[in-house]
Unconditional design. Structure first.
Length: 332
């Protein structure tokens, strides 16, 4: 069975009464099919009229794909897919991490129906949704490049990463992987619970530096470096900026020139990510709680030592903050 048919069947099974965002795989293939006919006729015309072989590496000037039919459509669909995934994953993990009373309130609001097994199933469905849509995007871009003898598809994928609509780079996917590993190690007896991601996920230590490695469907592999680029240590209290780069929360505060008391939401819009130099990335920062729990369990000695150091620094910054507020209030 071809992937296009498999993809359509999967989306129909998942949708039920609600329409899920997805990639218009068949529609995009039709656009490329029309483009191929135009390209072939364009090449034949040049070969006959000029008696010189036409260079297939160049697209015809009036190609409907290159005029903006294909990429704008795919861009919109990718944005809807990653937006839906992030929203659902956030709600799922909020419920899992909520305390007893908060969890009851969330249940009553109807954010997610079911029980603990339903959380696991929801996590599996979300990861599968992310993977299969990522494969669909990869395949359609590969087909675009094959038809056009170009690398525009790969260039578009790179632009999508910069625009934060590459679903495999979503911090919520990282959180779901950590969620799976935390459930796997949990002491809660879940004999009938299905594995969230199978046994392909592991926390690997290379020269004392941890990383998350996860083998998924169709040779899709996720490797997440768990070393902070600022302090060069394993993440502690990790936070993902809106650009997708992850840092220790305190390191991110230092990079944003804000105190731990004020937090990242008080960062100036002009402050840039230390890695990609993008602005306006701190306000939408996300705490990666599941990843923090995973590292606390896997690296207990390091975590305890780092917590002690962080607590001392937090007390120091809190004291400085209130002293400055007192001086400001009294005019001293």
């Amino acid at each position: 069975m071809k992937f296009c048919k498999k993809y359509e069947e999967y989306m129909q099974e998942q949708q039920g009464d609600k329409k899920l965002p997805g990639v218009g795989f068949k529609k995009l293939k039709k656009i490329l099919k029309r483009c191929r006919k135009q390209l072939e006729s364009h090449i034949d015309f040049h070969n006959i009229s000029d008696a010189v072989p036409h260079n297939p590496s160049t697209c015809p000037q009036h190609c409907s794909v290159c005029d903006g039919t294909f990429f704008p459509s795919l861009l919109t669909e990718m944005s809807e897919v990653v937006g839906f995934f992030n929203d659902r994953a956030q709600k799922l993990l909020e419920l899992h991490l909520a305390s007893g009373m908060d969890k009851c309130i969330i249940w009553l609001k109807g954010k997610l129906k079911g029980n603990h097994l339903a959380l696991i199933q929801e996590g599996r469905d979300l990861v599968t949704y992310a993977i299969i849509n990522s494969i669909a995007i990869r395949k359609i871009l590969k087909k675009y490049d094959k038809i056009h003898y170009s690398k525009q598809g790969q260039a578009f994928k790179s632009r999508a990463q910069i625009m934060h609509i590459e679903i495999l780079q979503s911090p919520w996917l990282c959180e779901l992987v950590a969620f799976h590993m935390n459930l796997r190690e949990s002491k809660v007896k879940l004999r009938n619970a299905p594995a969230l991601l199978g046994s392909g996920c592991s926390l690997v230590l290379n020269d004392g530096k941890p990383s998350l490695s996860c083998d998924l469907l169709d040779s899709v592999k996720i490797d997440i470096d768990l070393t902070c680029s600022i302090c060069l240590e394993t993440f502690f209290d990790p936070a993902s900026l809106s650009c997708g780069h992850i840092f220790c929360y305190m390191c991110a505060c230092k990079a944003a020139s804000v105190s731990i008391v004020d937090g990242l939401k008080e960062a100036s819009p002009n402050q840039k990510c230390p890695i990609c130099r993008e602005e306006r990335v701190y306000e939408g920062a996300v705490h990666l709680e599941e990843l923090h729990i995973l590292l606390r369990r896997r690296c207990p000695e390091y975590w305890a030592e780092r917590r002690k150091a962080e607590r001392s620094e937090r007390v120091k910054q809190t004291k400085q903050h209130w002293e400055s507020q007192y001086r400001l209030f009294t005019g001293i």
